[in-house]
Design a binder for this molecule. Structure first.
Ligand code: AMP
Length: 192
């Protein structure tokens, strides 16, 4: 793996552990010579992780749509800032540039971006690892919901297990190293 795409809040969140862990993830990635791909903003947790990787002399590529350059205050000191035309282009380019995906605590944008890459994995469009960094139990209820969806036969257990999780950045990246994507069809109970 050369680069990891990190999705995270454009806000810092209420719990100081969110920003602390964003910074810790940035440092661990730089130690492991893993470049960061992210949304290119200087605000919230997004700005914090970018700064942490840059301070540790790591590579940071930001991908931001034109209309957000001012709103999310694009980061001015990245290794590379790619300005694209739409949110769709942003997600596609971030996915192409990265060898794995991590979501830190975040809001609707973070959740949307993470689940889109998971759905691409489910359809076999890529076999890259996807993981939740469960800082202070932030994703606990989301994981409960996923278990519920498996019980209700709307998500395959194999597809639910594609979503790796840990509360520690280094431990999550170790899970990425040994990840093998499942080889199953998406559809269950399909009539012949
Ligand atoms: P949030 O988690 O809502 O603070 O947003 C985190 C990042 O996700 C921000 O850079 C948002 O611009 C971005 N974002 C929000 N919605 C989308 C979307 N539909 N596609 C791509 N990025 C998005």
């Amino acid at each position: 793996m050369k680069r990891i795409c990190v999705f995270c809040g454009s806000n810092p969140g209420a719990n100081p552990q969110y920003v602390q862990t964003a910074k810790a993830l940035g440092r661990v990635m730089a130690e492991k010579s893993l470049g960061l791909v992210y949304g290119g903003a200087s605000v919230g947790m997004m700005g914090e992780i970018a700064d942490a990787v840059l301070q540790a002399k790591g590579e940071v590529i930001g991908v931001i749509p034109k209309f957000l350059v001012d709103k999310e205050v694009s980061h001015k000191h990245l290794t590379d800032l790619r300005v694209v035309n739409s949110m769709h282009e942003r997600k596609m380019l971030m996915a192409d540039l990265a060898d794995g995906f991590i979501a830190l605590p975040g809001g609707l944008g973070t959740i949307e971006e993470f689940f889109e890459v998971v759905t691409w994995a489910q359809l076999g469009m890529h076999g890259k690892p996807c993981g939740l960094l469960n800082v202070a139990g932030y994703f606990r209820m989301l994981v409960e919901f996923l278990e519920h969806a498996v019980q209700e036969r709307l998500i395959r257990a194999e597809h639910r297990s594609m979503i790796l999780m840990d509360e520690n950045p280094g431990a999550l990246l170790e899970k990425f190293d040994s990840y093998q994507p499942p080889v199953v069809e998406k559809w269950m109970d399909r009539k012949p």
